[in-house]
Design a protein around this ligand. Sequence first.
Ligand SMILES: Nc1ncnc2c1ncn2[C@@H]1O[C@H](COP(=O)(O)OP(=O)(O)OP(=O)(O)O)[C@@H](O)[C@H]1O
Length: 126
Amino acid sequence: MKNPNDGYLRGRLRSLKYAFKGFYILITTEDSIKAQLFFALIATILGFYFNISDTEWCLQFIVIGLVLVAEAANTAIEELADFVHPEYHIKIGLVKDIAAGIPTFAALISLIVAGFIYLPKILLLF
Ligand SMILES: Nc1ncnc2c1ncn2[C@@H]1O[C@H](COP(=O)(O)OP(=O)(O)OP(=O)(O)O)[C@@H](O)[C@H]1O
């Protein structure tokens, strides 16, 4: 929340503090984020193993970021939905289903990118 006594710089620093607080909450408490960080680690190991190019590293990090951002957005929407309406409601169900679609989009795109990067390299092994 905005503090009216804050100047511009102090306001920005306060926002940054809250942003890192959210980041810390996500990486320490959210199982879906932890799972995606684990997959990111596996992808990084694969990247070194197959010696992927600089462009492929960039694409890989972009889709890892996309998936993590999507999971974070899904988490925030779920938290808000549970707070606004903890009881069963068909609209809350719809909101949560749509929110769950966000990381699904990102995951499907990341699978396609992974296919482009790794399939040719894996096929060369046989
Ligand atoms: N309050 C509610 N009202 C109606 N349907 C709900 C409600 N809460 C959850 N649901 C339904 O159950 C599904 C799963 O909800 P939940 O909150 O458990 O999400 P999740 O993806 O399993 O959560 P998490 O990411 O924490 O594992 C939702 O997508 C929705 O269809």
